[in-house]
Design a protein around this ligand. Structure first.
Ligand SMILES: Cc1cc2nc3c(=O)[nH]c(=O)nc-3n(C[C@H](O)[C@H](O)[C@H](O)COP(=O)(O)O)c2cc1C
Length: 331
């Protein structure tokens, strides 16, 4: 029987398939269901500081609206304040009690101070590790990329100093050189890289001439960029690589591990196929390993990474040129 055990940022996982952050991991029942179905670990849905600010502003607006209409209400009712991240911190505590697998708390804050403060509070609540969700779609034409990168590296450094648990960074692929950003974060003490986040993508309804905001699920085979970067990074950094986006089957997991990832995160396939998909993926990975004679993940991890190619140059440039020069691109 193939052994699927592995480690991620020093955490022991029974298998390399992690349930990634989503609405499915925002309630204890859902988290327990995924853990029971065989997730190696669970990443909680992100604590978004922006959401807290928005809710606070709405609460304040509601309160002051009533105050203006009925002046006496101000004295009748006690001052109500938004609980801030308390509800989310309670989720971390309950998830830790219920799940029986490592719990990774995900954070997306706004200022360096709140990144540090919320990270500390998530760690105190019992998270086994933190995932810094560096999700930021640039909308400001004047802000240089180097400034954004420097800020992210500095936040990672500050959070690492402030908490004892390991931290990972979930990144988008949209940097001029993602490898350089990853190398700098690696030096800053980030222990895992989730490659890659998937940006929310709006659409347009041409009948209504209106913007629409569909639930953004990925598609089969969308793992190409993760596979490529796992292959380029394997053996080059200290941190573990956790591949994410478009991974739907056990065979996909085998590919990402062959490229050099240590584990994977899945979300879309859990929405489409339910929590049982985790068991199916594990069984398919085991069957493939047994067919190939691999007893452990270490037997084949990174086998097809750039570092393990006889001619790494061929992996980089020639691969691309050869693909373009194929007589029939569909072959
Ligand atoms: C409904 C939904 C909610 C999500 N919420 C979060 C979140 O809170 N934090 C986060 O980092 N990623 C979030 N994601 C992104 C996923 O964690 C994942 O990176 C992305 O869906 C790509 O993986 P997949 O192809 O397996 O779906 C969410 C995705 C979906 C579909």
């Amino acid at each position: 029987m193939a052994d699927l055990q592995t480690t991620y940022m020093g955490l022991k996982l029974a298998n390399p398939i992690i349930a990634g952050a989503s609405r499915l991991t925002s309630k204890v029942d859902g988290i327990k269901k995924l853990a029971d179905a065989g997730a190696g670990a669970v990443v909680l849905s992100s604590l978004f500081e922006e959401q807290i600010q928005l809710e606070r502003a709405r609460l304040e607006e509601d309160r002051t609206r009533w105050d203006e209409m009925y002046a006496e209400m101000t004295s009748m009712f006690p001052h109500i304040e938004h609980a801030g991240p308390e509800e989310h911190l309670a989720l971390v505590r309950k998830a830790k009690e219920a799940a029986g697998v490592p719990i990774i708390a995900s954070l997306n804050a706004i200022t360096p101070e709140t990144w540090v403060e919320y990270a500390q509070r998530l760690a105190e609540a019992g998270a086994d590790a933190l995932e810094l969700n560096f999700y930021a779609t640039p909308t400001d034409l004047s802000r240089p990329g180097r400034e954004i990168e420097a800020e992210q590296v500095s936040i990672a450094q500050q959070v690492r100093r402030a908490v004892a648990v390991p931290i990972s960074a979930k990144l988008s692929p949209f940097y001029a050189n993602p490898l350089n950003v990853i190398a700098r974060l690696d030096k800053a003490g980030v222990k895992g890289f989730v490659l890659f986040n998937r940006f929310f993508q709006p659409d347009i309804d041409i009948k209504k001439e209106a913007n629409t905001f569909p639930l953004s699920l990925s598609h089969e085979g969308d793992y190409g960029l993760s596979l490529r970067y796992a292959g380029l990074l394997y053996g080059q950094i200290k941190a573990d690589i956790c591949a994410s986006t478009g991974i739907t089957t056990g065979e996909d997991v085998a590919k990402l591990l062959l490229a050099g990832a240590g584990c994977v995160q899945v979300v879309t396939t859990l929405y489409k196929n339910g929590a049982d998909q985790l068991g199916k993926m594990k069984r398919a990975l085991e069957a493939w390993m047994e067919g190939k004679g691999h007893a452990t993940l270490a037997d084949f991890r990174g086998k097809l990474a750039r570092a393990n190619q006889a001619d790494p140059w061929a992996y980089e440039r020639a691969q691309y040129v050869r693909t373009l020069l194929r007589p029939n691109p569909l072959d």
